[in-house]
Ligand binder design. Structure first.
Ligand code: GH3
Ligand code: MG
Ligand code: MG
Ligand code: MG
Length: 322
């Protein structure tokens, strides 16, 4: 009968949608030493669509927590072995402050308020008693995981916004917005403790001509390649910024003038041998360092470096001037 076929199909689709709504994706670390309890819980979690790593020992679970990124820890409280479920929870919270947003759901046979308070103090987020009821597990697990994933999303978005605001999208270097914060910090530190500090200004030679000859898009490619090279050559404490169109700047904390001239020469050579987009490109560099015993601002060093770049251009480009 055609009508029943359609009805049946419709019902199947409705069931499918309902089932699909309950499914959540995520990876769960599950600790339970009783195979009977584990069997029930594993079925519930897997029906939800979760990927579950099941351990019968708390110390093995602790190692797994270190190795993988989990969306939830479900832990039995009484576990045989040298580490208990309580021990696991407290060690996880102690040793991994950066994973404090991974929720922990404690499962226990003993439902006692003092024990619960103790568990919350140790860093457990929610609690469920044995024997577990499927609906309750589904509700608590879904809540914990969706909160955690929402938090991850917010954090990722915040990082993305930060990058949009602070990182130049073409070169991957910092943009000018982020300069003042870093400059303030590094200049005041250098002035206060009389640490060395250097600044290198890099201006690509005949960049207008590169654009005119090869097109603006190729010009962009050249800039991006030089930015990437610069990032690679940066040390952790260095700060590389796209200061203007094709003007790049490096602030080098703890780098004296001798070191800075050497770095400048290395960079000049690196630009010359880079051949981005198959084009021979060179740059002129101005290098300047904070004289020890004297307070300087970024503007002071910038003026000197800018004048040095001007001299490098006058002197025939592709050179480093101090
Ligand atoms: P010099 O050797 O004296 O530095 O010559 P130059 O042509 O590099 O100097 P100038 O400052 O006169 O020209 C810089 C050019 O850089 C002008 C501008 O069109 C180009 N430019 C600035 N920003 C970008 C960009 O994001 N992409 C591309 N493709 N070109 C850019
Ligand atoms: Mg147990
Ligand atoms: Mg320029
Ligand atoms: Mg230029």
């Amino acid at each position: 009968h055609p009508k029943t076929d359609i009805e049946e199909l419709f019902n199947q689709a409705a069931r499918f949608v309902e089932e699909d709504d309950q499914r959540i994706s995520g990876r769960v670390l599950y600790v339970e030493d009783s195979t009977v309890v584990a069997h029930v819980m594993l079925r519930i979690l897997e029906r939800l669509g979760l990927e579950v790593d099941h351990y019968t020992s708390a110390s093995d679970a602790f190692e797994a927590f270190d190795k993988h990124a989990y969306d939830l820890v479900v832990s039995d409280i009484l576990v045989e072995g040298e580490m208990s479920g309580m021990g696991l929870v407290s060690r996880i919270r102690e040793k991994f402050p950066d994973k404090a947003r991974v929720p922990i759901l404690a499962v226990s046979g003993m439902d006692d308020i003092n024990r619960r308070m103790e568990l919350f103090r140790l860093g457990v987020n929610d609690f469920i008693s044995k024997p577990v009821v499927e609906e309750e597990v589904v509700a608590r697990v879904s809540n914990l995981i969706s909160n955690k994933q929402l938090f991850d999303q917010v954090r990722a978005q915040r990082r993305h916004l930060y990058e949009l605001a602070m990182i130049d999208q073409l070169t991957g270097l910092y943009n000018r917005n982020s300069l003042s914060e870093f400059a303030n910090k590094s200049f005041s530190e250098a002035n206060r403790h009389d640490f060395p500090l250097s600044l290198i200004l890099i201006d690509i030679d005949h960049f207008k001509q590169i654009n005119d000859t090869h097109g603006h898009l190729t010009g962009d490619e050249v800039l991006a390649a030089i930015g990437e090279m610069l990032k690679e050559k940066c040390r952790n404490e260095d700060f590389a910024v796209r200061f203007g169109g094709e003007e790049l700047m490096l602030i080098l904390p703890h780098c004296d003038s001798e070191g800075a001239v050497q770095r400048g020469e290395e960079l000049r050579e690196a630009v010359e041998s880079l051949e981005p987009a198959g084009i021979h490109v060179t740059a002129s560099l101005g290098v300047t360092s904070r004289p020890l015993g004297r307070e300087v601002s970024m503007e002071d060093l910038f003026r000197v470096a800018d004048a040095a770049v001007y001299k490098a251009k006058e002197g025939g480009r592709n050179q480093v001037i101090t």
